[in-house]
Design a protein around this ligand. Structure first.
Ligand code: HEM
Length: 171
């Protein structure tokens, strides 16, 4: 006796290959596709560029006139009390350091290496993906570094604020 249905419509298997698109989270944050990962890097770099660019805007604002315009106010905001002239000068160092590090390590490098690297290297060498065997290992490694860099940014800003507070205690 056969178990195969005479009429193919009696099988309900056909429903299994209906729309199998992943949801937003799985699509973008669990992807191992080199183009997706490259795109995420480019978005990250653009956001970091906006932050670094915002800081350069602050610096330009300060430099637009001779003398100190805003640094004392910004240092006071960060410290939560009236800042001294020394603390105002230190605020400049905080801004230039944050701007330089964010621009180079969070904008330029993620864009070039993570963004364009992930996008173009597989295309240039004719590979289907960034791949070691079937694991897309390199792409995943890059993606992990990206998250790490993100947390480093917060560490950096936290450290700068701490530094300012310490300077204030010593003055
Ligand atoms: C790829 C990396 C960088 C980019 C795209 C970048 C971009 C910019 C831009 C657009 C400005 C505004 C200029 C203006 O309006 O006058 C600026 C200002 C400034 N940047 Fe950068 N920057 C980068 C890296 C750095 C680094 C590594 C440092 C120093 C460590 C630095 C220090 C400064 C300073 C001191 C200013 C204020 C000077 C001024 O406005 O005259 N930058 N940057």
């Amino acid at each position: 006796m056969t178990t195969i249905a005479a009429n193919p419509a009696d099988h309900h298997d056909h429903a299994h290959d209906a729309d199998h698109k992943p949801g937003f989270f799985a699509r973008w944050f669990m992807s191992t596709n080199h183009k997706d990962i490259g795109t995420l890097y480019l978005i990250f770099a653009i956001l970091a560029g906006v932050i670094g660019g915002g800081i350069s805007g602050l610096m330009r604002l300060e430099l637009a006139e001779p003398g100190i315009q805003y640094l004392t106010g910004w240092a006071s905001m960060m410290a939560g009390k009236e800042a001294s002239l020394d603390e105002a000068y230190h605020m400049w160092n905080v801004l230039i350091t944050a701007h330089g590090l964010i621009m180079v390590f969070f904008m330029v490098m993620p864009a070039i290496i993570g963004g364009f690297g992930n996008w173009f290297v597989p295309l240039m060498i004719g590979a289907p993906d960034m791949a070691i065997a079937h694991e897309e290992w390199v792409a995943n490694l890059f993606s992990g570094l990206s998250n790490n860099q993100h947390s480093q940014m917060y560490t950096l800003l936290g450290a700068m604020k701490k530094n300012l507070q310490k300077q204030e205690e010593m003055s």
